[in-house]
Design a protein around this ligand. Structure first.
Ligand SMILES: [Fe+2]
Ligand SMILES: [Fe+2]
Length: 456
């Protein structure tokens, strides 16, 4: 079979610079998001330049192309697509952030958040992006929202099944019965045509890493039913976005059919992944590349360092709020889309924790834990090895390892023992309702490498 080379990206979340100044509200919003906002256009430019120079046969984008469906974001983003399309065929699906499904459009001006931002209606999206899928499609399905799924051939033997899973008509993400029947008919047709089908949708079929983080609304509703139905229709591969994390997992239906899902992280957040996929006789060779450098406001940055810092600032800014004042803490929680005013009394508990967070090394953490009778959870040899390492570095490194999908599998045993020891101590003190799940999740992060370059 002739090899076909594809490139997948997701969650470009393009944010127009016209939607914000450099005021307090923008900084609260920007500092409470793992991905970038105003930098997104420059990161996309860097990513698109890389794609244009690559040897891929087509570029595929798995939804959430704009920040939140703002018309200006769609218009500016489409101009970037048109430039890329001069070098490569580009196909995309839209997703719920492309029509502001939460009905809460925002722009930021000084101390104000304004909601007077025009957004694109879901019925307009299909025609707006017609040159990036529908016009080249072999077959197309319009959902009850007016958005579309389509099939398109991208190589001699490869067909993309691009699915819009915004709503299933029953209140969740997924597919209506009519939509499923169209998918099943496309799978049967592809078999007759001798095509390998590769699926792309936005929401997950599999709760990667742990259901605590990627279960619920991150997946399509009734995820096992949907995954089974797709697998039983003969679909072997699905590429998804939405979680902003990279991962690969498989699901096998009761009938014994397996579908492998590749979750693509956000292009505008750490680690700015671009997945290059070569379709060969022995399967799909998946390799993660990353944006290395980008230019923002006239200055060139190391993209990996910049994005890692932006992602870890999420924790640091919330903790910093707990050092400053009760009101600042509440404002920063609100920026994180939490109920800041309801939670602001947590300030009294988190104030000393924040001091520890910013100041403690492993050694001071161990001393504090011994003082409150939790010393047994930290392995003495591990404490000795890492005694001078700031505790905050462990939080940062764990978070980044979740985002890039590499877990902490490559760290040494003592490192893993420390992370798990803290998790076990949290369970002991029942720090919150979810401690058991958090520990289980950390065990997964510590022990597995859930995204690695692979043949699937
Ligand atoms: Fe997203
Ligand atoms: Fe999403």
């Amino acid at each position: 079979m002739k090899e076909t080379k594809l490139a997948f990206i997701a969650d470009t979340h393009y944010f127009s610079k016209t939607l914000a100044d450099n005021g307090r509200q923008y900084h609260l919003r920007s500092g409470s998001d793992q991905k970038c906002l105003k930098e997104s256009g420059d990161l996309i430019d860097a990513g698109f330049a890389k794609l244009a120079q690559s040897d891929c046969d087509a570029v595929l984008i798995a939804g959430d192309v704009t920040n939140d469906g703002e018309t200006v974001c769609h218009e500016e983003f489409r101009e970037k697509l048109k430039v890329l399309q001069k070098s490569k065929p580009v196909y995309l699906i839209t997703a719920t952030h492309d029509w502001c499904s939460d009905d809460n459009p925002r722009r930021f001006a000084g101390d104000l958040i304004l909601h007077d931002v025009p957004t694109m209606h879901h019925t307009a999206l299909r025609d707006f992006y017609a040159d990036f899928g529908p016009n080249q499609a072999d077959s197309e399905f319009r959902t009850h929202l007016g958005v579309c799924s389509f099939t398109v051939d991208v190589g001699e033997n490869v067909r993309i099944l691009a699915l819009n899973d915004d709503q299933n008509g029953r209140g969740g993400a997924g597919f209506s019965e009519e939509h499923f029947q169209w998918i099943e008919a496309q799978m049967a047709k592809a078999k007759r045509d001798g095509k390998l089908v590769i699926g792309m949708e936005h929401h997950l079929l599999i709760a990667h890493v742990h259901p605590l983080v990627f279960g619920g609304g991150t997946c399509v509703a009734e995820r096992e039913m949907v995954a089974s139905r797709l697998a039983d229709a003969g679909l072997r591969y699905m590429f998804v976005g939405h979680s902003h994390v990279s991962a690969i997992d498989s699901f096998t239906s009761k009938n014994g059919n397996t579908i492998t899902e590749v979750n693509i992280g956000s292009l505008v957040g750490y680690p700015a992944p671009i997945l290059f996929v070569t379709v060969c006789d022995d399967g799909l060779h998946v390799r993660m590349d990353r944006i290395e450098r980008f230019t923002y406001e006239g200055k060139e940055y190391d993209a990996q360092a910049y994005l890692a810092r932006h992602a870890t600032d999420l924790f640091d800014r919330a903790m910093e709020g707990a050092l400053i004042s009760k009101q600042e803490f509440a404002d920063r929680l609100t920026a994180l889309q939490l109920k800041g005013n309801d939670l602001k009394n947590l300030y009294y508990i988190l104030h000393p924790v924040a001091k520890l967070y910013f100041g403690a090394t492993v050694n001071t953490l161990a001393k504090c834990m011994r003082l409150v009778g939790l010393g047994r959870f930290l392995d003495p040899a591990a404490v000795r090895q890492y005694r001078d390492k700031p505790f905050r570095d462990f939080v940062h490194e764990t978070w980044l390892s979740i985002l890039d999908g590499h877990g902490l599998g490559n760290e040494d045993e003592n490192y893993k023992k420390l992370v798990l020891g803290v998790a076990d101590a949290l369970v002991q003190v029942r720090a919150c309702k979810l401690t058991l799940e958090i520990r289980q999740m950390l065990r997964t992060v510590v022990t597995s490498d859930y995204f690695k370059d692979a043949v699937i």
